[in-house]
Design a binder for this molecule. Structure first.
Ligand SMILES: Cc1cc2nc3c(=O)[nH]c(=O)nc-3n(C[C@H](O)[C@H](O)[C@H](O)COP(=O)(O)OP(=O)(O)OC[C@H]3O[C@@H](n4cnc5c(N)ncnc54)[C@H](O)[C@@H]3O)c2cc1C
Length: 447
């Protein structure tokens, strides 16, 4: 059912990821759809985007929504990410986005990304979700002296052209509040971002959606989709949903045969995480570690890391093209080695957890939110480029609003979100695109 781009274990929905977030957490018992139902809106995908769409439809507009997820709630990317609430959901740089879409749309895009961060904070407080928010900023660290000028330029653009609370801190200044290590040459500070427990956020969204009247069926993959007398008919193994509109919120797990208009437009990529045992105060001091804010660096295949509330260290990176058990083993060893190279006194420190999952890229390197031109009653949101903790719930809110407006017209969104990204013809071409990107990043980084 899922796209077969990676090793089958990447798609095993009956094996829940062994993340640090799932320790001691009871996931909701899947409530498999076992009958035929009619609803106003069917939402395919029960991650942040789908659950937020259902929550906003039910709570803000009183519109009936049924969420269908192929897996248990707590399986997808929303249950296994790093918990960084930051921006932007694009691999294209700020300068590229300005050059491609113009100043006004670039401004609109980055402001919407900041709004998306605020939406997460608001949801935590309005829906009383205890997701352990941490910190009041996120940092992008220059991993090499050659990366400083670009980061300074980005800080300038963020601050003066997009009105974001961003500043560049030199190496010494960041040393005083952030961390030391071998790959620290100054950092861009973006105030407003923070870290959270992603699984608690997801389960909180699910509970809130249900509390406000949405219906959630996990373990209910949509296997086929037809249209009959103006209604969408979605078939699951034991049931059927008939709906006036459909929101597709499947992101990196979008099956190629789900909706022909969306086939071959997502480029899923693996992201991997190791978590260490809790570090002592002395160990933290040895690397000058002082912050609870999430940090990423400027490598093309960036490292992202943060200190968790119980002083475990989370260290992640994108990479890998199969997700097989063998590749996972090598990836874990590589992450452990690189952790020790970036923070030398933590070399050989025990890691207790390793897991990975899929993030979603697009050929144009920006996300996509909209209605299908061929059928405006089908709405979609995907391509968060590993930055979906803020963007996916925000997309859910935008899509709920679009359904409620019923105009069937275009969503009034900044250009980087608009329209479908290029169709890459076949799964093999998407895989090739990913391999070529990895090769290119590896070469440019070495040079
Ligand atoms: C290891 C890792 C680390 C990450 N770290 C961060 C981070 O720190 N910060 C950040 O912002 N982002 C991060 N991300 C990305 C972020 O997790 C995602 O962008 C976000 O969770 C996507 O949410 P979503 O609701 O769009 O999709 P998902 O949460 O992936 O939900 C999609 C759902 O669709 C379901 N589905 C697919 N096909 C069907 C079907 N036919 N029928 C029914 N259901 C179907 C799937 O089962 C899945 O549950 C990370 C991702 C990974 C994997």
């Amino acid at each position: 059912m899922y796209p077969a781009l990676f090793h089958p274990q990447v798609y095993e929905t009956d094996v829940l990821p062994r993340t640090i977030w799932s320790e001691g957490v009871a996931l909701p018992v899947p409530n498999r759809l076992g009958t035929s139902i009619r609803t106003e809106v069917a939402v395919i995908g029960g991650g942040y985007a789908g659950l937020s769409a259902a929550l906003h439809l039910a709570r803000d507009y009183g519109i009936e929504a049924v969420v269908l997820d192929a897996a248990p709630i707590g399986w997808g990317a929303s249950a296994r990410n790093g918990g960084f609430v930051t921006l932007p959901a694009a691999k294209a740089s700020a300068e590229e986005i300005i050059a491609r879409y113009g100043e006004a749309d670039a401004y609109g895009f980055f402001r919407s990304q900041a709004d998306a961060i605020e939406l997460v904070r608001r949801l935590l407080s309005e829906e009383r979700i205890e997701a352990e928010p941490q910190g009041d900023a996120t940092y992008d660290v220059a991993h090499a002296p050659s990366a400083v000028a670009g980061l300074q330029r980005t800080a300038e653009i963020y601050r003066h052209r997009f009105g974001l609370d961003a500043a560049f801190l030199g190496r010494w200044a960041f040393d005083q509040i952030g961390h030391g290590g071998t790959e620290q040459h100054g950092a861009l500070r973006l105030r407003g971002g923070f870290g959270l427990n992603p699984l608690k956020f997801l389960l909180g969204l699910e509970a809130a959606a249900r509390r406000h009247g949405a219906v959630v069926h996990a373990d209910s993959p949509v296997l086929s989709w037809a249209k009959d007398r103006g209604r969408h008919i979605l078939e699951t193994p034991d049931g059927q949903v008939s709906a006036r509109s459909v929101i597709v919120a499947t992101n990196s797990y979008t099956p190629d045969d789900l909706q022909p208009a969306l086939a071959n437009r997502t480029i899923p990529a693996l992201s991997n995480i190791v978590v260490t045992r809790p570090l002592t105060e002395d160990e933290l001091a040895a690397e000058g570690w002082r912050t609870v804010c999430p940090v990423a660096n400027t490598r093309s295949l960036l490292f992202y890391y943060r200190l968790l509330p119980d002083r475990r260290f989370l260290f992640g990176a994108r990479g890998g093209t199969s997700g097989s058990p063998r590749e996972d083993k090598a990836m874990r060893a590589w992450l452990e080695r690189r952790l020790g190279e970036v923070f030398p006194s933590w070399k050989g420190i025990e890691t207790t957890h390793f897991w990975n999952g899929l993030v979603c890229l697009t050929a144009r390197r920006t996300p996509a939110i909209g209605r299908l031109p061929s059928d405006p009653t089908v709405l979609y949101g995907f391509g968060w480029h590993g930055n979906g903790v803020n963007t996916a719930p925000w997309a859910g809110q935008v899509l709920a609003h679009a359904v409620a407006m019923r105009s069937g017209g275009m969503l009034d969104l900044p250009a980087p979100y608009r329209g479908l990204p290029m169709n890459l013809f076949a799964p093999s071409v998407r895989k090739l695109a990913l391999k070529a990107a990895y090769l290119w990043y590896g070469l440019t980084e070495r040079s």
